[in-house]
Design a protein. Structure first.
Length: 235
């Protein structure tokens, strides 16, 4: 720990304390005085450490009740990532690559989960997308809900957080680019989503993988349109 600021030492010791005592989200931490004595740091250093750990989402303060171990969330990462993504079009491509790897890879697990209620909701959302698309309107909110709902049956908080992370970043990057996702060469984006669901409802994981890959191929074509438009505007 030599050379580290005292509050960083306190931060590391507090993380160790949480791990060594087997504390889980929702567990209350000791009072500031008790915790400072336990960790061998000053109350001022502990206060700085707890503030930084709150920012990182490790602990949370409940006014009048004290400090608690926080549930895992990508929210702190979500809030910081856009500042490190200077090139919007390149970042969109990188996020698409990560999303495709995850979502295509999850198709067998979703098929095995057999969450008929979630799949029926996804089918309904896909049909709403088709109708919205026919009216020439955007359906970004429906699209986001579709992808969140699709993996609900996995009951995997990490997957849910990653999906939320991807969608937040997409929204941030398109806002920064000053554009909306174009329709692209085809106007069957809603139908592409419905085909994914139909494959999953048939418990055909291989077909679902192909359908999801087709969906991402279309996303890439549309992302390429954005990149060309930005280059033309910058040129």
């Amino acid at each position: 720990m030599a050379g580290k600021p005292i509050y960083r030492v306190a931060q590391a010791r507090l993380r160790d304390y949480i791990r060594e005592h087997g504390l889980v989200p929702g567990d209350r931490l000791p009072s500031e005085a008790e915790l400072a004595a336990e960790l061998g740091v000053s109350r001022l250093s502990l206060r700085e450490a707890t503030r930084s750990l709150q920012t990182l989402g490790v602990i949370e303060a409940q006014p009048g009740n004290g400090l608690f171990v926080a549930a895992f969330s990508f929210r702190p990462i979500i809030e910081q990532l856009p500042y490190g993504l200077a090139d919007s079009t390149r970042a969109i491509d990188e996020i698409l690559t990560a999303r495709e790897a995850m979502e295509v890879g999850l198709m067998p697990a979703v098929a095995r989960a057999e969450d008929d209620e979630a799949l029926e909701r996804c089918a309904q959302l896909a049909r709403e997308m088709i109708a919205t698309e026919e009216r020439g309107e955007d359906f970004l909110d429906l699209d986001a809900e579709f992808h969140r709902t699709l993996y609900r049956g996995l009951r995997n908080p990490l997957v849910e957080n990653l999906i939320e992370l991807f969608w937040h970043l997409f929204g941030e990057l398109f806002h920064r680019a000053g554009t909306a996702m174009p329709g692209g060469p085809s106007q069957d984006r809603g139908l592409a989503h419905l085909r994914v669901v139909e494959a999953l409802q048939a418990r055909d994981a291989e077909l679902a993988i192909r359908r999801m890959r087709e969906h991402f191929e279309d996303l890439r074509r549309r992302a390429d349109l954005i990149a060309r438009e930005q280059r033309a505007a910058d040129g």
